[in-house]
Structure formats: structure tokens, C-alpha cells
Design a protein around this ligand. Structure first.
Ligand code: NI
Length: 169
């Protein structure tokens, strides 16, 4: 049975750790992916990076479907921004920054590579929400958060509010 994990809340310093490459595609990786999906669904999120549950490996889970029945797992994901991209603005949310949405602009055309839970390599040129979401989640694996794209003033306001609401280190 998959179990719910605790999600780290900004400004927890563990959210700043850079995740390492996955090299072992074993049962414990599968269990972690299942627990992360359970945690993501329970929190009503569309994506979750392992960093957010204090596991510092390059693993992301996601479900972009309306019906919440299309779980996806991305291991060791990376992308290249295509030269003919435009910047696309999207109002993003983050399970580690509950209660705040911020409009962030990101490149709208990327080439994405990743491995699945069995270690098989895949590539895709995604469209729409996946393009934004995977960039947001890969940022997490690199210790980066969506609040890094906004002004210091706004970031500090969010930080102080969350420090008050969530009494965690
Ligand atoms: Ni996030």
C-alpha cells in the first residue's frame, strides 16, 4: 500500500538541495514513486518532485488529466530549449508553497528526455501544460523554486506568511 509522505514547505532549506541521478531501477524506486503519487493526489497537486518529500534523487511524478487517472513518472528528466521558442506566461502553484499562485514565464518549446520506472529512455517534444509543469518540477530537482522568479519583496512576504502558518524547520 502506498503511503502519504510529508511535503516540505518553503523556506525549508532541504528544498534547496540538488538531487542526484537515479542509477538503480529497483523495487524501492517503484515504492517511492507510488508513495509520491499517493502524496500528490492527496494534496490535489498535478506534479511532485522527490526533493519536495526530502528524497534527493531525480524523480518526478505528475498527473495532468482532469480525471486524475493518468499517473506519469519521469526519472532523470532533462530538456533543451528549442531556438524558435516563445515565452509563455502561466499562473503556477506549488505544493511546497501552499496558498500562493504566481505568474511565471517560461519557454514554450522544449525537447524533453527522461527514463521510465524500468530505466527505459524516452523523448518527446511536449505541448501545453506538460511543458510548463516539467520545467517547474526539474527546477525542484535543482533546488530551485518558482518564487526565485519573482521579486525579493514578494518572496519575503510569502516566506513570512508560510513561516507563520507552518511551524517547521
Ligand atoms: Ni512545485
Amino acid at each position: 500500500m502506498a503511503k502519504k509522505m510529508q511535503i516540505l514547505i518553503f523556506p525549508d532549506s532541504r528544498l534547496r538541495k540538488v538531487a542526484t541521478e537515479v542509477t538503480k531501477f529497483d523495487k524501492s524506486l517503484q515504492n517511492l514513486a507510488e508513495d509520491m503519487l499517493e502524496t500528490m493526489y492527496d494534496a490535489n497537486g498535478i506534479g511532485l518532485a522527490a526533493t519536495q518529500v526530502d528524497k534527493h534523487i531525480r524523480l518526478i511524478v505528475m498527473d495532468l488529466s482532469e480525471e486524475r487517472n493518468d499517473p506519469r513518472v519521469f526519472i532523470n528528466p532533462s530538456y533543451k530549449i528549442l531556438p524558435d521558442h516563445n515565452l509563455f506566461e502561466f499562473e503556477e502553484g506549488c505544493l511546497s508553497i501552499p496558498g500562493f499562485n504566481e505568474t511565471i514565464s517560461r519557454p514554450d518549446k522544449i525537447d524533453l528526455k527522461w527514463q521510465d520506472i524500468n530505466g527505459i529512455s524516452h523523448s518527446e517534444s511536449p505541448e501545453g501544460l506538460l511543458t510548463v509543469c516539467i520545467q517547474h518540477e526539474i527546477d525542484h530537482l535543482d533546488g530551485k523554486l518558482m518564487v526565485d522568479y519573482i521579486s525579493t519583496l514578494k518572496r519575503d512576504r510569502i516566506k513570512n506568511k508560510l513561516l507563520k502558518d507552518f511551524n517547521r524547520k
